[in-house]
Design a protein around this ligand. Structure first.
Ligand code: L34
Length: 266
């Protein structure tokens, strides 16, 4: 990415990322800091807008409108979750789709459904990159996703489908979770329940990707997968921390570079 940013600048394109954080959620603070640091490391200009938890929806909309117009900003990221009194959907809708480096705006979500897209949501994109770089074939494989969020589960299903996987999404109403997971050649766990997927639920040789980030009471960070037991049966597995999380940030950098190109053309 560093090399790519250098080339981009030689073409006279300067990528810039605006990161907006509202309130003082400690986890969000950690992630936002990592995003700013990644920008710095690869030469992307970034601006942080840290707003108080009392910020009104209108004030946030006003900031987004300003950033939509701001010439040196190619990407806008509003860190989620937002405080309760702010409607996330209204905020996401206000972001210029061409600057939507999270790919959360309905225009970008729609493009992902069609399979013709500029931005891919960072976490599912990171999962796909891990699969690809590990030389794992998706075509024809049983892919089981646990979790159906708009940020991970749903777009993850589309990305795996585009690679010709046979995709199943499990959720809280799924009747035979263990049985379904056992079928999977590729498991993507994105539920937010600490260590709920255990080794005995996983087929011998399956690929296990853990998107969950759960902070236990003793401050320990664990995924949705019970690593010690799953590691024994999986042919490949991602750890938490140090797995999908850092990939999410890398994919954000990729989207920001893409945004810089797109916004120069328009
Ligand atoms: N708008 N909101 C928006 N875009 C996103 O893409 C996110 N997400 C999720 C939360 N809200 C968002 C993130 O950035 C989750 N997320 C994220 C990003 C990075 C890491 C985890 C979640 C990460 O770097 N995790 C480290 C551990 C960091 C720690 O100590 O807490 C890891 O190694 O997994």
């Amino acid at each position: 990415m560093k090399e790519e940013v250098k080339n981009l600048k030689q073409e006279g394109i300067n990528p810039g990322l605006a990161v907006v954080i509202v309130g003082d959620d400690p986890a969000s603070r950690v992630y936002v800091n990592s995003k700013k640091k990644a920008c710095e490391e690869i030469g992307i200009y970034s601006e942080e807008y840290a707003l108080s938890a009392k910020t009104t929806q209108d004030e946030l909309l006003e900031l987004i409108n300003m950033l939509n117009e701001k010439k040196d900003i190619s990407g806008i990221l509003v860190q989620l979750p937002l405080p309760e009194h702010i409607d996330e959907e209204i905020i996401i809708n206000a972001i210029n789709p061409k600057k939507d480096v999270d790919a959360f705006h309905p225009v970008n979500v729609g493009k992902i459904m069609f399979g013709n897209y500029d931005f891919v949501p960072c976490t599912p994109a990171g999962v796909m990159e891990l699969i690809k770089e590990s030389g794992i074939e998706v075509a024809g494989k049983e892919c089981v996703i646990i979790g159906r969020s708009n940020i991970v589960g749903k777009p993850q299903a589309m990305l795996l489908l585009h690679e010709n996987g046979t995709v199943t999404i499990c959720h809280s109403k799924t009747k035979n979770l263990a049985e379904t997971v056992k079928r999977a050649d590729i498991v993507v766990a994105a539920v937010g329940k600490p260590e709920m997927i255990t080794g005995d639920m996983i087929k011998e040789g399956a690929v296990v990707i853990d998107v969950g980030i759960n902070r236990l009471e003793n401050k320990k960070l664990v995924g949705d997968v019970h690593f010690e037991s799953a590691e024994k049966v999986a042919s490949a597995i991602t750890p938490v921390p140090g797995g999908v999380g850092p990939m999410t940030i890398a994919m954000l950098m990729k989207n920001t570079v893409k945004a810089a190109r797109i916004n120069r053309e328009s």
